[in-house]
Design a protein around this ligand. Structure first.
Ligand code: OSB
Ligand code: MG
Length: 378
Protein backbone atom coordinates (compact mmCIF):
# COMPACT_ATOMS: atom_id res chain seq x y z
CA UNK A 1 0.00 0.00 0.00
CA UNK A 2 1.46 3.27 -1.15
CA UNK A 3 0.50 6.22 1.07
CA UNK A 4 -0.35 9.18 -1.10
CA UNK A 5 -1.69 11.92 1.14
CA UNK A 6 -3.29 12.62 4.48
CA UNK A 7 -5.85 15.00 5.88
CA UNK A 8 -5.67 16.04 9.53
CA UNK A 9 -8.66 17.63 11.19
CA UNK A 10 -9.44 19.03 14.60
CA UNK A 11 -13.05 18.13 15.34
CA UNK A 12 -15.31 19.20 18.21
CA UNK A 13 -18.53 17.35 18.99
CA UNK A 14 -20.87 18.59 21.74
CA UNK A 15 -21.65 15.89 24.33
CA UNK A 16 -25.35 15.37 25.11
CA UNK A 17 -24.47 15.51 28.82
CA UNK A 18 -21.29 16.71 30.53
CA UNK A 19 -18.96 13.83 31.51
CA UNK A 20 -17.30 14.29 34.92
CA UNK A 21 -14.34 12.29 36.20
CA UNK A 22 -11.86 12.80 39.04
CA UNK A 23 -9.76 14.91 36.64
CA UNK A 24 -12.45 17.27 35.43
CA UNK A 25 -15.59 17.82 33.41
CA UNK A 26 -15.96 17.54 29.64
CA UNK A 27 -18.82 19.22 27.76
CA UNK A 28 -17.41 18.72 24.25
CA UNK A 29 -15.23 16.01 22.82
CA UNK A 30 -12.39 17.55 20.82
CA UNK A 31 -10.24 15.16 18.84
CA UNK A 32 -7.83 14.72 15.95
CA UNK A 33 -9.27 12.91 12.93
CA UNK A 34 -6.87 11.49 10.35
CA UNK A 35 -7.87 10.44 6.84
CA UNK A 36 -5.16 8.53 5.02
CA UNK A 37 -5.34 8.07 1.25
CA UNK A 38 -3.69 5.49 -1.00
CA UNK A 39 -4.44 3.45 -4.12
CA UNK A 40 -7.85 5.10 -4.53
CA UNK A 41 -8.92 4.09 -1.01
CA UNK A 42 -9.22 5.87 2.31
CA UNK A 43 -8.55 4.81 5.89
CA UNK A 44 -9.65 6.82 8.92
CA UNK A 45 -8.89 6.98 12.64
CA UNK A 46 -9.20 9.35 15.56
CA UNK A 47 -6.70 10.13 18.28
CA UNK A 48 -7.50 9.80 22.00
CA UNK A 49 -5.35 12.75 23.07
CA UNK A 50 -7.19 15.48 24.97
CA UNK A 51 -6.69 19.23 24.98
CA UNK A 52 -5.08 19.03 28.43
CA UNK A 53 -2.66 16.27 29.47
CA UNK A 54 -4.88 15.17 32.34
CA UNK A 55 -5.38 11.49 31.50
CA UNK A 56 -1.84 10.79 30.29
CA UNK A 57 0.84 13.21 29.14
CA UNK A 58 0.01 13.56 25.44
CA UNK A 59 -1.98 16.53 24.15
CA UNK A 60 -3.88 17.34 20.97
CA UNK A 61 -1.58 20.23 20.08
CA UNK A 62 1.55 18.14 20.61
CA UNK A 63 0.22 15.18 18.66
CA UNK A 64 -0.98 17.39 15.79
CA UNK A 65 2.46 18.95 15.47
CA UNK A 66 4.24 15.60 15.64
CA UNK A 67 1.96 14.02 13.05
CA UNK A 68 2.04 16.99 10.70
CA UNK A 69 5.71 17.88 10.92
CA UNK A 70 7.46 14.59 11.60
CA UNK A 71 5.43 11.39 11.35
CA UNK A 72 3.30 11.94 8.24
CA UNK A 73 6.11 13.50 6.16
CA UNK A 74 8.24 10.42 6.88
CA UNK A 75 5.62 7.92 5.59
CA UNK A 76 3.80 9.74 2.77
CA UNK A 77 5.01 8.82 -0.69
CA UNK A 78 6.26 5.49 0.67
CA UNK A 79 5.01 1.96 0.20
CA UNK A 80 4.18 -0.30 3.17
CA UNK A 81 3.26 -3.95 2.82
CA UNK A 82 1.45 -4.23 6.16
CA UNK A 83 1.02 -2.46 9.53
CA UNK A 84 4.19 -4.10 10.96
CA UNK A 85 6.20 -2.62 8.10
CA UNK A 86 4.74 0.84 8.73
CA UNK A 87 5.47 0.72 12.46
CA UNK A 88 9.00 -0.59 11.97
CA UNK A 89 9.72 2.57 9.98
CA UNK A 90 8.64 4.63 13.02
CA UNK A 91 10.43 2.54 15.65
CA UNK A 92 12.84 5.38 16.40
CA UNK A 93 10.09 7.56 17.85
CA UNK A 94 9.91 7.33 21.63
CA UNK A 95 6.60 7.49 23.46
CA UNK A 96 3.87 9.54 21.78
CA UNK A 97 1.79 6.40 21.50
CA UNK A 98 -1.54 8.17 21.12
CA UNK A 99 -0.20 10.19 18.18
CA UNK A 100 1.34 7.10 16.54
CA UNK A 101 -1.84 5.10 17.13
CA UNK A 102 -3.79 7.64 15.10
CA UNK A 103 -1.67 6.86 12.04
CA UNK A 104 -1.39 3.12 12.73
CA UNK A 105 -5.16 2.71 13.08
CA UNK A 106 -5.92 4.70 9.91
CA UNK A 107 -3.42 2.47 8.11
CA UNK A 108 -5.13 -0.73 9.38
CA UNK A 109 -8.47 0.57 8.08
CA UNK A 110 -6.94 1.44 4.70
CA UNK A 111 -5.08 -1.88 4.48
CA UNK A 112 -8.10 -4.00 5.49
CA UNK A 113 -10.16 -2.12 2.88
CA UNK A 114 -7.53 -2.89 0.24
CA UNK A 115 -7.90 -6.59 1.17
CA UNK A 116 -11.70 -6.32 1.07
CA UNK A 117 -11.89 -7.66 4.65
CA UNK A 118 -13.37 -6.39 7.91
CA UNK A 119 -10.73 -5.13 10.33
CA UNK A 120 -11.87 -7.73 12.90
CA UNK A 121 -10.97 -10.58 10.50
CA UNK A 122 -7.58 -9.13 9.68
CA UNK A 123 -6.85 -8.73 13.42
CA UNK A 124 -7.90 -12.32 14.11
CA UNK A 125 -11.18 -11.62 15.88
CA UNK A 126 -13.49 -14.50 16.80
CA UNK A 127 -16.95 -12.92 17.25
CA UNK A 128 -19.49 -10.85 15.33
CA UNK A 129 -20.79 -8.88 18.33
CA UNK A 130 -19.17 -7.70 21.54
CA UNK A 131 -20.51 -7.38 25.10
CA UNK A 132 -20.67 -3.84 26.46
CA UNK A 133 -21.22 -1.94 29.68
CA UNK A 134 -21.43 1.77 30.42
CA UNK A 135 -19.13 4.20 32.17
CA UNK A 136 -21.15 6.67 34.27
CA UNK A 137 -19.54 10.01 35.08
CA UNK A 138 -19.70 11.62 38.52
CA UNK A 139 -23.32 12.74 39.01
CA UNK A 140 -24.78 15.59 41.08
CA UNK A 141 -26.33 13.18 43.64
CA UNK A 142 -26.51 9.55 44.73
CA UNK A 143 -30.17 9.44 43.62
CA UNK A 144 -29.23 10.61 40.12
CA UNK A 145 -26.50 7.93 39.96
CA UNK A 146 -28.83 5.12 41.10
CA UNK A 147 -31.41 6.33 38.56
CA UNK A 148 -28.93 6.37 35.69
CA UNK A 149 -27.41 3.00 36.66
CA UNK A 150 -30.89 1.43 36.86
CA UNK A 151 -31.91 2.86 33.49
CA UNK A 152 -28.78 1.48 31.82
CA UNK A 153 -29.23 -1.90 33.49
CA UNK A 154 -32.78 -1.99 32.08
CA UNK A 155 -31.35 -1.29 28.62
CA UNK A 156 -29.37 -4.51 28.91
CA UNK A 157 -25.86 -3.16 29.54
CA UNK A 158 -23.77 -5.94 31.02
CA UNK A 159 -21.77 -3.96 33.54
CA UNK A 160 -22.05 -0.58 35.20
CA UNK A 161 -18.81 1.34 35.81
CA UNK A 162 -18.96 4.26 38.23
CA UNK A 163 -16.44 7.07 38.28
CA UNK A 164 -15.23 7.71 41.82
CA UNK A 165 -13.02 10.17 43.68
CA UNK A 166 -12.27 10.76 47.37
CA UNK A 167 -15.58 11.82 48.97
CA UNK A 168 -17.64 10.27 46.15
CA UNK A 169 -17.19 6.57 46.66
CA UNK A 170 -18.34 4.09 49.33
CA UNK A 171 -21.78 5.54 50.05
CA UNK A 172 -22.64 6.08 46.38
CA UNK A 173 -21.28 2.69 45.28
CA UNK A 174 -23.17 0.85 48.04
CA UNK A 175 -26.45 2.50 46.94
CA UNK A 176 -25.91 1.46 43.31
CA UNK A 177 -24.90 -2.09 44.28
CA UNK A 178 -28.08 -2.44 46.35
CA UNK A 179 -30.23 -1.20 43.47
CA UNK A 180 -28.62 -3.46 40.84
CA UNK A 181 -28.38 -6.80 42.61
CA UNK A 182 -26.31 -9.30 40.60
CA UNK A 183 -25.26 -7.05 37.69
CA UNK A 184 -21.47 -6.55 37.72
CA UNK A 185 -20.47 -3.12 39.05
CA UNK A 186 -16.97 -1.64 38.80
CA UNK A 187 -15.40 1.68 39.78
CA UNK A 188 -12.81 3.85 38.02
CA UNK A 189 -10.85 6.38 40.09
CA UNK A 190 -8.68 7.74 37.25
CA UNK A 191 -5.73 7.84 39.64
CA UNK A 192 -7.48 9.94 42.32
CA UNK A 193 -6.32 7.95 45.39
CA UNK A 194 -3.02 7.15 47.08
CA UNK A 195 -2.00 4.54 49.65
CA UNK A 196 -2.84 7.19 52.27
CA UNK A 197 -6.50 6.42 51.42
CA UNK A 198 -6.10 2.79 52.47
CA UNK A 199 -9.08 2.86 54.84
CA UNK A 200 -11.51 3.95 52.11
CA UNK A 201 -9.96 1.49 49.66
CA UNK A 202 -10.47 -1.32 52.19
CA UNK A 203 -14.14 -0.32 52.50
CA UNK A 204 -14.51 -0.43 48.72
CA UNK A 205 -13.00 -3.92 48.93
CA UNK A 206 -16.05 -5.15 50.89
CA UNK A 207 -18.68 -4.08 48.33
CA UNK A 208 -18.47 -7.01 45.90
CA UNK A 209 -17.12 -4.99 42.98
CA UNK A 210 -16.04 -6.88 39.88
CA UNK A 211 -12.81 -4.85 39.86
CA UNK A 212 -11.38 -1.44 40.77
CA UNK A 213 -9.88 0.49 37.85
CA UNK A 214 -6.73 2.63 38.23
CA UNK A 215 -7.14 3.71 41.86
CA UNK A 216 -3.58 5.06 42.24
CA UNK A 217 -1.21 7.32 40.31
CA UNK A 218 -1.23 7.20 36.50
CA UNK A 219 2.44 6.17 36.34
CA UNK A 220 2.87 4.05 39.46
CA UNK A 221 2.66 0.25 39.13
CA UNK A 222 4.66 -0.29 42.32
CA UNK A 223 2.02 1.15 44.64
CA UNK A 224 -0.71 -0.70 42.76
CA UNK A 225 1.17 -3.92 43.54
CA UNK A 226 1.28 -2.97 47.23
CA UNK A 227 -2.44 -2.23 47.18
CA UNK A 228 -3.39 -5.40 45.27
CA UNK A 229 -1.61 -7.46 47.94
CA UNK A 230 -3.93 -5.90 50.55
CA UNK A 231 -7.18 -6.30 48.58
CA UNK A 232 -9.48 -9.17 47.58
CA UNK A 233 -11.07 -7.20 44.73
CA UNK A 234 -9.03 -7.41 41.52
CA UNK A 235 -7.37 -4.20 40.38
CA UNK A 236 -7.53 -3.25 36.70
CA UNK A 237 -4.97 -0.89 35.20
CA UNK A 238 -5.79 1.70 32.53
CA UNK A 239 -3.50 4.79 32.60
CA UNK A 240 -0.44 2.74 33.70
CA UNK A 241 -0.39 0.42 30.67
CA UNK A 242 1.02 1.88 27.45
CA UNK A 243 2.57 -1.28 25.97
CA UNK A 244 2.75 -5.07 26.13
CA UNK A 245 5.93 -4.72 28.21
CA UNK A 246 4.02 -2.58 30.73
CA UNK A 247 1.29 -5.24 30.85
CA UNK A 248 3.85 -8.01 31.36
CA UNK A 249 5.52 -6.12 34.21
CA UNK A 250 2.22 -5.17 35.85
CA UNK A 251 0.96 -8.77 35.77
CA UNK A 252 4.32 -10.17 36.85
CA UNK A 253 4.45 -7.93 39.92
CA UNK A 254 0.70 -8.48 40.56
CA UNK A 255 -0.06 -4.76 40.28
CA UNK A 256 -3.38 -5.80 38.69
CA UNK A 257 -5.34 -8.90 37.71
CA UNK A 258 -6.85 -7.54 34.53
CA UNK A 259 -6.19 -4.86 31.93
CA UNK A 260 -8.28 -2.18 30.24
CA UNK A 261 -7.01 -2.07 26.64
CA UNK A 262 -7.41 1.22 24.81
CA UNK A 263 -5.98 0.92 21.33
CA UNK A 264 -5.15 4.63 21.23
CA UNK A 265 -3.34 4.60 24.59
CA UNK A 266 -1.02 1.72 23.65
CA UNK A 267 0.02 2.93 20.18
CA UNK A 268 -2.39 1.09 17.88
CA UNK A 269 -3.90 -2.29 17.07
CA UNK A 270 -0.58 -4.16 16.84
CA UNK A 271 0.41 -3.23 20.37
CA UNK A 272 -3.18 -3.67 21.62
CA UNK A 273 -3.09 -7.23 20.29
CA UNK A 274 0.26 -7.81 22.02
CA UNK A 275 -1.19 -6.54 25.33
CA UNK A 276 -4.13 -8.90 24.75
CA UNK A 277 -1.75 -11.83 24.15
CA UNK A 278 0.43 -11.05 27.18
CA UNK A 279 -2.64 -10.86 29.41
CA UNK A 280 -3.91 -14.18 28.01
CA UNK A 281 -0.57 -15.79 28.88
CA UNK A 282 -1.16 -14.74 32.51
CA UNK A 283 -4.81 -15.92 32.31
CA UNK A 284 -5.77 -12.30 32.98
CA UNK A 285 -8.96 -11.09 31.25
CA UNK A 286 -8.96 -7.88 29.23
CA UNK A 287 -11.74 -5.53 28.16
CA UNK A 288 -11.93 -2.70 25.66
CA UNK A 289 -11.88 0.78 27.18
CA UNK A 290 -13.16 3.97 25.58
CA UNK A 291 -12.31 7.68 25.56
CA UNK A 292 -15.71 9.04 24.47
CA UNK A 293 -14.81 8.36 20.85
CA UNK A 294 -16.87 9.38 17.85
CA UNK A 295 -18.13 6.62 15.57
CA UNK A 296 -14.70 6.32 13.97
CA UNK A 297 -12.77 5.45 17.13
CA UNK A 298 -15.75 3.48 18.44
CA UNK A 299 -15.75 1.29 15.31
CA UNK A 300 -12.01 0.62 15.72
CA UNK A 301 -12.60 -0.36 19.37
CA UNK A 302 -15.43 -2.72 18.48
CA UNK A 303 -13.31 -4.54 15.89
CA UNK A 304 -10.45 -4.93 18.38
CA UNK A 305 -12.81 -6.28 21.05
CA UNK A 306 -13.58 -9.31 18.86
CA UNK A 307 -10.25 -10.89 19.90
CA UNK A 308 -10.65 -13.98 22.05
CA UNK A 309 -9.46 -12.76 25.47
CA UNK A 310 -11.79 -9.71 25.56
CA UNK A 311 -13.97 -11.61 28.02
CA UNK A 312 -15.26 -8.68 30.11
CA UNK A 313 -17.80 -6.14 28.79
CA UNK A 314 -16.15 -3.07 27.26
CA UNK A 315 -16.93 0.67 27.37
CA UNK A 316 -18.01 0.91 23.71
CA UNK A 317 -21.65 1.71 24.39
CA UNK A 318 -24.21 3.20 21.99
CA UNK A 319 -23.17 6.31 20.11
CA UNK A 320 -26.55 7.91 20.91
CA UNK A 321 -25.56 8.04 24.61
CA UNK A 322 -22.90 10.59 23.69
CA UNK A 323 -24.06 12.63 20.68
CA UNK A 324 -27.19 14.00 19.08
CA UNK A 325 -25.48 13.24 15.77
CA UNK A 326 -22.32 11.24 15.00
CA UNK A 327 -19.82 11.88 12.19
CA UNK A 328 -20.53 8.53 10.53
CA UNK A 329 -23.59 7.32 8.61
CA UNK A 330 -23.96 3.93 10.32
CA UNK A 331 -25.68 3.78 13.72
CA UNK A 332 -23.51 2.13 16.39
CA UNK A 333 -26.17 1.05 18.85
CA UNK A 334 -26.35 -1.82 21.32
CA UNK A 335 -29.17 -4.26 21.72
CA UNK A 336 -29.40 -6.33 24.90
CA UNK A 337 -25.92 -5.15 25.91
CA UNK A 338 -24.36 -6.41 22.67
CA UNK A 339 -22.78 -4.23 19.97
CA UNK A 340 -22.72 -5.73 16.48
CA UNK A 341 -19.40 -5.44 14.65
CA UNK A 342 -19.89 -3.12 11.65
CA UNK A 343 -19.94 -5.16 8.45
CA UNK A 344 -18.00 -4.35 5.32
CA UNK A 345 -14.31 -3.82 4.65
CA UNK A 346 -12.04 -2.00 7.09
CA UNK A 347 -13.81 -0.55 10.11
CA UNK A 348 -17.06 -0.79 8.15
CA UNK A 349 -18.28 2.76 8.70
CA UNK A 350 -18.30 5.82 6.43
CA UNK A 351 -17.86 9.51 7.18
CA UNK A 352 -20.84 11.86 6.95
CA UNK A 353 -18.70 14.53 5.28
CA UNK A 354 -21.14 17.47 5.24
CA UNK A 355 -21.79 17.00 8.98
CA UNK A 356 -18.09 16.39 9.66
CA UNK A 357 -17.27 19.67 7.88
CA UNK A 358 -19.74 21.49 10.13
CA UNK A 359 -17.94 20.28 13.28
CA UNK A 360 -14.37 20.66 11.93
CA UNK A 361 -12.43 23.50 13.53
CA UNK A 362 -9.23 23.10 11.52
CA UNK A 363 -8.11 21.04 8.54
CA UNK A 364 -4.70 20.53 6.92
CA UNK A 365 -3.68 18.48 3.92
CA UNK A 366 -0.34 16.76 4.16
CA UNK A 367 1.29 15.60 0.94
CA UNK A 368 4.66 13.93 0.16
CA UNK A 369 5.95 17.31 -1.04
CA UNK A 370 5.68 18.58 2.50
CA UNK A 371 8.61 16.31 3.37
CA UNK A 372 10.99 18.90 1.96
CA UNK A 373 9.20 21.72 3.75
CA UNK A 374 9.19 19.85 7.04
CA UNK A 375 12.79 18.84 6.51
CA UNK A 376 12.52 15.56 8.40
CA UNK A 377 14.71 12.54 7.93
CA UNK A 378 13.10 9.21 7.04
O1 OSB B 1 -10.64 6.20 32.31
O2 OSB B 1 -11.77 4.94 31.09
C1 OSB B 1 -11.43 6.07 31.39
C2 OSB B 1 -13.36 8.65 29.35
C3 OSB B 1 -12.38 9.59 29.11
C4 OSB B 1 -11.14 9.40 29.65
C5 OSB B 1 -10.86 8.26 30.41
C6 OSB B 1 -11.84 7.30 30.63
C7 OSB B 1 -13.12 7.53 30.12
C8 OSB B 1 -14.26 6.64 30.36
C9 OSB B 1 -15.38 6.69 29.37
O3 OSB B 1 -14.37 5.93 31.33
C10 OSB B 1 -15.47 5.50 28.51
C11 OSB B 1 -16.39 5.75 27.36
O4 OSB B 1 -17.60 5.76 27.57
O5 OSB B 1 -15.90 5.97 26.23
MG1 MG C 1 -10.22 4.28 33.10
Amino acid sequence: MRLERAELRLVSLPLLKPFRTSFGEMTDKTFVLLRLFGEGLEGVAEGVMDVRPDFREETISGALALLQETVLPSVLGQEFTNPEHLMRSLAGIRGNRMALATLEMAFWDLWARSLGLPLSSVLGGVRSEVAVGVSLGIQPSIEATVDSATRHAEQGYKRIKLKIQPGWDVKMVRAVKEALGELPVTVDANAAYSLAHINVLRELDTLGLDYIEQPLAWNDMRDHAKLQALMHTPLCLDECITSAQDARKALEMAACRLVNIKVGRVGGHLEARRVHDVAASFSAPVWCGGMLESGVGRAHNIHLATLENFTKPGDTSSSSRYWARDIIHEPLETSGGMMAVPKGAGIGVTLDLPFLDSVTRMKVDVTPERRAVAGTAT
